[in-house]
Design a protein around this ligand. Sequence first.
Ligand code: NAP
Ligand code: GLV
Length: 309
Amino acid sequence: MRALFWCPWPNADEWLALLRQKGPELEFLISSEIDAPETIEAAIVWQPPSGLLERLSGLRCILVLGAGVDHLLAPGMRLPDVPLVRIVDPVMAERMASWVLAAVLFGHRQLDVYVRQQRERSWRRHAARDTADVRVGVLGLGAMGSACASRLAQVGYRVAGWSRTPKALAGIEGFTGSETWPSFLARSDFLICLLPLTPETRGILNARTFAALPEGAFVINAGRGGHLIESDLLSALDDDHLAGAVLDVFEEEPLPAQHPLWAHPKVLITPHIASITNPETGAEQIIAAMRAIRRGEMPPNTVDRRHHY
Ligand code: NAP
Ligand code: GLV
């Protein structure tokens, strides 16, 4: 089986070497090496340019180098109608859980406030709530969200989760459907977005959502930049309705140097590093998926395109 490998990341060479090592019977080509596009049966990609996959007339599967597939299902991508397989990896879920825990602790223990005070050599103490009194709401209880919700519950936070279909997770209060949305928000001192970006979830972090959160709430986004209406967040922070935000993903990445979020005193920015795909385990999953396709089987973690995730 021949595969196109399209990866814009700095560690693309490491990925390619691992794929070749773990799948010696398979052939991996970068786009400039493709002489006969019709012989390519698999495409291993992250954010391929539109039109690249369309010309691969013999394609049997698309294997995504990460968890999110919004970049492939975006309007204008004209994706061939073949199985679209994403990575679901406990290593990635653990990476996300540690980033989310750090973001919640940063806001809960007011480290943002003390970083500002330290710059001014200011010795002022502020009361902090006990962990058991802090209510966290996790949007999305999939591979990422469920690991994060469970980690936060283990630490002692009061955790609820919101998902499209009902979920029963130990120690997590489950919310589903639009009728539960206001009560879910009203009990979320920290709102964490780990949803996939779909037509239904685009812009979900907006002025109405922020207004329904308790005064002094924190917003944490590691889903996608398209979930957040950035101007609404800036207004809610400036009005002092929200205490702060931790953001890992942005509508435009890299975040442009002149963007107001960079300099906002209540915003902490990380450059889309919350959970980077692990090449070792990711390459193993991709090879396993290619072998499944070759046997005529549907690989695990195939995206349900009706739901866009
Ligand atoms: P997943 O396993 O597919 O889980 C998605 C969750 O969102 C599910 O619980 C799903 O509900 C819920 N959901 C989807 N649409 C919904 C809707 N309209 N209303 C309510 N709930 C909805 O995805 P994942 O692997 O956890 O990844 C989630 C996202 O995280 C990715 O799509 C990506 O955007 C982001 N991500 C970011 C990074 C980073 O480094 N920042 C890394 C990896 C992933 P059901 O359970 O009912 O299906
Ligand atoms: C990263 O954002 C991913 O979706 O894997």
